[in-house]
Unconditional design. Structure first.
Length: 156
């Protein structure tokens, strides 16, 4: 049986080694999980497990962004417009907290930012292909969300 690759230590996930309560939650949920295991967590409850990314050390954060990307790619065809809005709101908080830690381009980070912006723009600009979704915010709120996401783009 082949051993699953797992490149992270406890301190990669929780720099305080579990002394910080938020880091401890991330440690309990993610320690020992590879990217595929983390995708399963996001499938279970995206908003809940996404919050843990905020409190992880940077190495773990960037590692699990690969899981976020995989989750989004796999489920793109099943998401409703309101799902994209929820995803954008859940990840916005995480990305705003981590933005100053991102010194250089990270392919997962850049891909996720583009993915979210593109799908929010599609919701606003597409008048026929989406089923009417009454749980969406107003166009003004969606445009504000797009603007906030656009601010996350790294300078080129």
């Amino acid at each position: 049986m082949k051993k699953r690759e797992y490149p992270l230590s406890r301190l990669d996930i929780s720099p305080s080694n579990g002394l910080d309560l938020d880091e401890r939650s991330a440690l309990e949920h993610f320690f020992g999980k590879n990217q595929e295991d983390a995708v399963a967590l996001f499938e279970e409850n995206f908003g809940y497990y996404t919050e843990d990314l905020t409190y992880m050390g940077n190495k773990a954060f960037f590692y699990y962004l690969g899981s976020v990307k995989s989750y989004l790619e796999r489920n793109e065809d099943q998401f409703e417009p309101s799902d994209y809005e929820d995803i954008a709101r859940d990840l916005l908080v995480v990305f705003q907290c981590k933005k100053e830690k991102i010194q250089e381009s990270n392919e997962y980070y850049l891909w996720i930012v583009s993915f979210v912006i593109n799908h929010l723009n599609k919701i606003i600009n597409d008048d026929n292909s989406w089923v009417v979704d009454y749980t969406l915010s107003s166009e003004k709120k969606l445009r504000s969300l797009i603007r906030r996401w656009s601010e996350l783009r790294l300078p080129t």
